[in-house]
Write a protein of this length. Sequence first.
Length: 139
Amino acid sequence: MSVWTDHERAVLGAIGDVVIPAGGPLPSATEAGVDGPGIDEIAAIRPDLLEAGRAVVAAVGDHVPTTVAELRGVAPALFSAVTELLASAYFLRPDIAAQVGYRARRAIPLDDEDLRRRELVSLVQPVVDRGNVWRVTPG
């Protein structure tokens, strides 16, 4: 059973498409089904985002914002929470996560030193490969 009403889902989906529009090979929020089971899963994990989502739906009323700036203006205190809700539901989709190279969080056993070392190396390797990105100042 869902914790969201059909109206809340529709409004959050419309807001999701403003925050996460389709681009290149990636679908928009509603094309990815953000307004479906994804927001249910996130609400179960983070009840604070459930309340924020409901508050944003109430704040927008009958006029769903059409730009990110407008959304921020309607509910500035809730902007971060509602965008976290929507982005989290978006990246729950394995196909989306794979397309952007997002590796889902996983538990790392603390007693496996070799695994911890490999994880650290894989975490910092892109920075090492990139090389220096600062400028040395004279003096």
